[in-house]
Write a protein that binds this ligand. Sequence first.
Ligand SMILES: CC(C)(COP(=O)(O)OP(=O)(O)OC[C@H]1O[C@@H](n2cnc3c(N)ncnc32)[C@H](O)[C@@H]1OP(=O)(O)O)[C@@H](O)C(=O)NCCC(=O)NCCS
Length: 230
Amino acid sequence: MKEYYLKLVDPKRDKVLSNKISKMLKKSTEEFKASKGGHIPDWIVKKIIHKYYTSKESIKKTFKDTGYRFALMKKNKPIATILISKSINTIFAINSKNLNAKQKDYPNAYPKGYHCAINLVTDIKIRKKGLAKILLKKIYEEYSPLLKGKGIWMRADPPYHDAYVKLGFKHRTKYDVFLPKDVELPKTFSSTKEFNKKYICNCKRNKKQKEFSKTRRYKYSIFTLEFPKR
Ligand SMILES: CC(C)(COP(=O)(O)OP(=O)(O)OC[C@H]1O[C@@H](n2cnc3c(N)ncnc32)[C@H](O)[C@@H]1OP(=O)(O)O)[C@@H](O)C(=O)NCCC(=O)NCCS
Protein backbone atom coordinates (compact mmCIF):
# COMPACT_ATOMS: atom_id res chain seq x y z
CA MET A 1 0.00 0.00 0.00
CA LYS A 2 2.99 2.28 0.65
CA GLU A 3 3.93 2.16 -3.00
CA TYR A 4 0.67 3.90 -3.91
CA TYR A 5 -0.24 7.51 -3.36
CA LEU A 6 -3.38 9.50 -4.08
CA LYS A 7 -3.41 12.56 -6.25
CA LEU A 8 -6.12 15.16 -6.65
CA VAL A 9 -5.61 15.96 -10.30
CA ASP A 10 -5.65 19.52 -11.56
CA PRO A 11 -6.64 18.99 -15.21
CA LYS A 12 -5.45 22.47 -16.15
CA ARG A 13 -1.91 21.90 -14.91
CA ASP A 14 -1.54 18.11 -14.98
CA LYS A 15 -2.00 17.78 -18.73
CA VAL A 16 0.16 14.69 -19.15
CA LEU A 17 -1.54 12.95 -16.25
CA SER A 18 -5.00 13.90 -17.56
CA ASN A 19 -4.10 12.36 -20.91
CA LYS A 20 -2.92 9.16 -19.21
CA ILE A 21 -6.18 8.97 -17.27
CA SER A 22 -8.20 9.41 -20.44
CA LYS A 23 -6.20 6.60 -22.04
CA MET A 24 -6.87 4.31 -19.07
CA LEU A 25 -10.61 5.09 -19.18
CA LYS A 26 -10.77 4.48 -22.92
CA LYS A 27 -8.96 1.18 -22.66
CA SER A 28 -11.34 0.05 -19.97
CA THR A 29 -14.48 1.00 -21.86
CA GLU A 30 -13.18 -0.68 -25.02
CA GLU A 31 -14.24 -3.91 -23.36
CA PHE A 32 -17.86 -2.65 -23.37
CA LYS A 33 -17.95 -3.09 -27.15
CA ALA A 34 -20.18 -5.89 -28.40
CA SER A 35 -17.46 -6.89 -30.87
CA LYS A 36 -15.22 -7.57 -27.87
CA GLY A 37 -17.86 -9.54 -26.01
CA GLY A 38 -19.26 -6.51 -24.20
CA HIS A 39 -22.78 -5.26 -23.55
CA ILE A 40 -22.94 -2.10 -25.71
CA PRO A 41 -23.09 -1.65 -29.49
CA ASP A 42 -19.65 -0.56 -30.73
CA TRP A 43 -20.84 2.74 -32.21
CA ILE A 44 -22.24 3.88 -28.86
CA VAL A 45 -18.91 3.23 -27.15
CA LYS A 46 -17.08 5.11 -29.88
CA LYS A 47 -19.44 8.01 -30.50
CA ILE A 48 -20.85 8.57 -27.03
CA ILE A 49 -18.80 6.99 -24.24
CA HIS A 50 -15.40 7.79 -25.72
CA LYS A 51 -16.47 11.23 -26.81
CA TYR A 52 -18.32 12.52 -23.77
CA TYR A 53 -17.16 10.50 -20.77
CA THR A 54 -13.60 9.33 -21.24
CA SER A 55 -12.03 11.83 -23.66
CA LYS A 56 -9.24 14.24 -22.81
CA GLU A 57 -11.80 16.98 -23.38
CA SER A 58 -14.15 15.51 -20.76
CA ILE A 59 -11.31 15.58 -18.24
CA LYS A 60 -9.82 18.93 -19.13
CA LYS A 61 -13.04 20.83 -19.87
CA THR A 62 -16.45 19.27 -19.32
CA PHE A 63 -16.05 18.08 -15.74
CA LYS A 64 -13.05 20.17 -14.73
CA ASP A 65 -14.99 22.60 -12.55
CA THR A 66 -17.76 20.35 -11.28
CA GLY A 67 -15.71 17.38 -10.13
CA TYR A 68 -12.72 16.29 -8.12
CA ARG A 69 -10.62 13.97 -10.26
CA PHE A 70 -8.69 11.52 -8.10
CA ALA A 71 -5.93 9.23 -9.29
CA LEU A 72 -4.24 6.44 -7.40
CA MET A 73 -0.63 6.59 -8.52
CA LYS A 74 2.28 4.20 -8.63
CA LYS A 75 5.44 6.16 -9.37
CA ASN A 76 4.18 8.58 -12.03
CA LYS A 77 1.55 6.30 -13.47
CA PRO A 78 -2.20 6.44 -12.70
CA ILE A 79 -3.49 2.96 -11.88
CA ALA A 80 -7.02 3.76 -10.70
CA THR A 81 -9.26 6.79 -10.90
CA ILE A 82 -12.65 8.24 -10.04
CA LEU A 83 -14.42 11.55 -10.59
CA ILE A 84 -16.52 12.79 -7.65
CA SER A 85 -18.81 15.82 -7.85
CA LYS A 86 -17.87 18.80 -5.73
CA SER A 87 -21.53 19.46 -4.93
CA ILE A 88 -24.22 16.96 -3.98
CA ASN A 89 -26.47 18.91 -6.35
CA THR A 90 -24.49 17.93 -9.46
CA ILE A 91 -25.36 15.03 -11.73
CA PHE A 92 -22.50 14.62 -14.19
CA ALA A 93 -24.64 13.11 -16.90
CA ILE A 94 -28.34 12.61 -17.37
CA ASN A 95 -27.28 11.64 -20.88
CA SER A 96 -24.67 12.87 -23.35
CA LYS A 97 -26.78 15.92 -24.23
CA ASN A 98 -27.35 16.92 -20.64
CA LEU A 99 -24.11 17.09 -18.71
CA ASN A 100 -23.50 18.71 -15.33
CA ALA A 101 -27.22 18.77 -14.57
CA LYS A 102 -28.77 19.75 -11.26
CA GLN A 103 -30.08 17.12 -8.86
CA LYS A 104 -32.94 19.45 -7.86
CA ASP A 105 -34.28 19.27 -11.44
CA TYR A 106 -34.66 15.48 -11.13
CA PRO A 107 -36.17 15.22 -7.67
CA ASN A 108 -36.95 11.51 -7.49
CA ALA A 109 -34.71 9.95 -10.09
CA TYR A 110 -31.43 9.71 -8.14
CA PRO A 111 -30.40 9.19 -4.52
CA LYS A 112 -30.26 12.46 -2.59
CA GLY A 113 -27.51 13.72 -0.32
CA TYR A 114 -24.66 11.92 -2.08
CA HIS A 115 -21.90 13.16 -4.36
CA CYS A 116 -22.25 11.91 -7.90
CA ALA A 117 -19.35 9.76 -9.12
CA ILE A 118 -18.32 8.47 -12.54
CA ASN A 119 -15.20 7.04 -14.18
CA LEU A 120 -14.38 4.57 -11.40
CA VAL A 121 -11.77 2.54 -13.22
CA THR A 122 -8.72 0.46 -12.37
CA ASP A 123 -6.03 -0.19 -14.95
CA ILE A 124 -7.29 -3.14 -16.94
CA LYS A 125 -4.06 -5.11 -16.39
CA ILE A 126 -4.15 -4.92 -12.59
CA ARG A 127 -7.71 -5.66 -11.56
CA LYS A 128 -8.85 -7.64 -8.50
CA LYS A 129 -5.72 -6.66 -6.61
CA GLY A 130 -7.52 -4.29 -4.22
CA LEU A 131 -6.71 -1.06 -6.05
CA ALA A 132 -10.27 0.32 -6.28
CA LYS A 133 -10.62 -0.40 -2.56
CA ILE A 134 -7.38 1.47 -1.79
CA LEU A 135 -8.42 4.39 -3.98
CA LEU A 136 -11.74 4.83 -2.17
CA LYS A 137 -10.18 4.38 1.27
CA LYS A 138 -7.50 6.97 0.59
CA ILE A 139 -10.08 9.47 -0.66
CA TYR A 140 -11.97 9.29 2.66
CA GLU A 141 -8.78 9.39 4.67
CA GLU A 142 -7.19 12.30 2.88
CA TYR A 143 -10.00 14.39 1.42
CA SER A 144 -13.10 13.94 3.57
CA PRO A 145 -13.22 17.69 4.45
CA LEU A 146 -13.93 18.37 0.76
CA LEU A 147 -16.79 15.90 0.69
CA LYS A 148 -19.75 17.02 2.77
CA GLY A 149 -22.34 14.52 1.52
CA LYS A 150 -23.35 11.16 3.03
CA GLY A 151 -21.28 9.29 0.46
CA ILE A 152 -21.18 8.82 -3.29
CA TRP A 153 -23.72 7.51 -5.78
CA MET A 154 -22.92 6.13 -9.16
CA ARG A 155 -24.20 4.23 -12.13
CA ALA A 156 -22.65 0.87 -12.70
CA ASP A 157 -22.50 -0.96 -15.96
CA PRO A 158 -24.11 -4.38 -15.53
CA PRO A 159 -20.92 -6.49 -15.76
CA TYR A 160 -19.47 -4.84 -12.66
CA HIS A 161 -22.42 -5.34 -10.31
CA ASP A 162 -20.65 -7.86 -8.10
CA ALA A 163 -17.47 -5.81 -7.94
CA TYR A 164 -19.40 -2.79 -6.64
CA VAL A 165 -21.16 -4.88 -4.04
CA LYS A 166 -17.80 -6.21 -2.84
CA LEU A 167 -16.47 -2.67 -2.73
CA GLY A 168 -19.19 -1.89 -0.19
CA PHE A 169 -21.71 -0.20 -2.48
CA LYS A 170 -25.42 -0.76 -1.98
CA HIS A 171 -27.52 -1.50 -5.04
CA ARG A 172 -30.50 0.92 -5.02
CA THR A 173 -32.73 -0.98 -7.43
CA LYS A 174 -35.58 1.53 -7.33
CA TYR A 175 -33.40 3.99 -9.27
CA ASP A 176 -32.14 1.51 -11.87
CA VAL A 177 -32.33 2.67 -15.44
CA PHE A 178 -33.89 0.75 -18.32
CA LEU A 179 -33.73 1.80 -21.94
CA PRO A 180 -36.88 2.48 -23.95
CA LYS A 181 -38.53 -0.48 -25.70
CA ASP A 182 -37.00 -1.73 -28.97
CA VAL A 183 -33.66 -0.09 -28.40
CA GLU A 184 -30.72 -1.50 -30.38
CA LEU A 185 -29.14 -4.55 -28.78
CA PRO A 186 -25.58 -5.69 -29.23
CA LYS A 187 -25.75 -8.09 -32.18
CA THR A 188 -24.57 -10.92 -29.96
CA PHE A 189 -28.01 -10.95 -28.26
CA SER A 190 -31.17 -12.05 -30.03
CA SER A 191 -33.64 -10.51 -27.57
CA THR A 192 -33.99 -8.12 -24.66
CA LYS A 193 -34.95 -11.11 -22.55
CA GLU A 194 -31.68 -12.82 -23.35
CA PHE A 195 -29.70 -9.66 -22.62
CA ASN A 196 -31.44 -9.06 -19.30
CA LYS A 197 -31.06 -12.69 -18.28
CA LYS A 198 -27.32 -12.31 -18.55
CA TYR A 199 -27.02 -8.96 -16.83
CA ILE A 200 -29.82 -8.41 -14.32
CA CYS A 201 -28.87 -9.34 -10.78
CA ASN A 202 -31.11 -11.00 -8.21
CA CYS A 203 -31.35 -7.95 -5.96
CA LYS A 204 -34.85 -7.18 -4.70
CA ARG A 205 -36.99 -5.06 -7.06
CA ASN A 206 -40.31 -3.26 -6.81
CA LYS A 207 -43.23 -4.11 -9.11
CA LYS A 208 -42.50 -1.39 -11.66
CA GLN A 209 -38.85 -2.39 -11.95
CA LYS A 210 -39.81 -6.06 -12.29
CA GLU A 211 -42.12 -5.14 -15.17
CA PHE A 212 -39.40 -3.08 -16.86
CA SER A 213 -36.95 -5.93 -16.50
CA LYS A 214 -39.21 -8.11 -18.63
CA THR A 215 -39.63 -5.71 -21.52
CA ARG A 216 -36.83 -3.17 -21.59
CA ARG A 217 -33.10 -3.52 -21.91
CA TYR A 218 -31.29 -3.00 -18.65
CA LYS A 219 -29.03 0.02 -18.93
CA TYR A 220 -27.36 0.38 -15.58
CA SER A 221 -27.65 -0.06 -11.86
CA ILE A 222 -27.52 2.79 -9.37
CA PHE A 223 -25.35 2.28 -6.32
CA THR A 224 -24.58 4.29 -3.21
CA LEU A 225 -21.54 4.05 -0.99
CA GLU A 226 -21.66 5.60 2.48
CA PHE A 227 -18.63 7.48 3.77
CA PRO A 228 -17.35 6.11 7.06
CA LYS A 229 -18.71 8.00 10.12
CA ARG A 230 -16.71 11.18 10.73
C1 LIG B 1 -15.06 -2.19 -10.99
C2 LIG B 1 -13.55 -1.97 -10.87
C3 LIG B 1 -13.28 -0.49 -10.65
C4 LIG B 1 -13.01 -2.79 -9.68
O1 LIG B 1 -11.63 -2.46 -9.55
P1 LIG B 1 -10.57 -3.44 -8.86
O2 LIG B 1 -9.35 -2.64 -8.58
O3 LIG B 1 -10.43 -4.67 -9.67
O4 LIG B 1 -11.34 -3.77 -7.52
P2 LIG B 1 -10.68 -4.38 -6.19
O5 LIG B 1 -9.51 -5.23 -6.57
O6 LIG B 1 -10.46 -3.30 -5.21
O7 LIG B 1 -11.81 -5.36 -5.72
C5 LIG B 1 -12.68 -5.17 -4.63
C6 LIG B 1 -13.48 -6.44 -4.43
O8 LIG B 1 -14.29 -6.67 -5.58
C7 LIG B 1 -13.97 -7.92 -6.18
N1 LIG B 1 -14.08 -7.76 -7.62
C8 LIG B 1 -13.35 -6.92 -8.40
N2 LIG B 1 -13.76 -7.05 -9.69
C9 LIG B 1 -14.74 -7.97 -9.70
C10 LIG B 1 -15.57 -8.51 -10.71
N3 LIG B 1 -15.44 -8.13 -12.00
N4 LIG B 1 -16.51 -9.41 -10.36
C11 LIG B 1 -16.68 -9.79 -9.06
N5 LIG B 1 -15.93 -9.31 -8.05
C12 LIG B 1 -14.97 -8.41 -8.37
C13 LIG B 1 -12.57 -8.23 -5.72
O9 LIG B 1 -12.30 -9.61 -5.78
C14 LIG B 1 -12.61 -7.70 -4.31
O10 LIG B 1 -13.33 -8.60 -3.49
P3 LIG B 1 -12.86 -8.95 -1.99
O11 LIG B 1 -12.97 -7.66 -1.22
O12 LIG B 1 -13.81 -10.00 -1.57
O13 LIG B 1 -11.44 -9.40 -2.12
C15 LIG B 1 -12.82 -2.50 -12.17
O14 LIG B 1 -13.29 -3.78 -12.47
C16 LIG B 1 -13.02 -1.61 -13.37
O15 LIG B 1 -12.28 -0.66 -13.58
N6 LIG B 1 -14.03 -1.93 -14.18
C17 LIG B 1 -14.32 -1.14 -15.39
C18 LIG B 1 -15.39 -0.16 -15.07
C19 LIG B 1 -15.59 0.82 -16.20
O16 LIG B 1 -14.92 0.80 -17.23
N7 LIG B 1 -16.54 1.71 -15.99
C20 LIG B 1 -16.82 2.79 -16.91
C21 LIG B 1 -16.17 4.04 -16.46
S1 LIG B 1 -16.23 5.32 -17.64
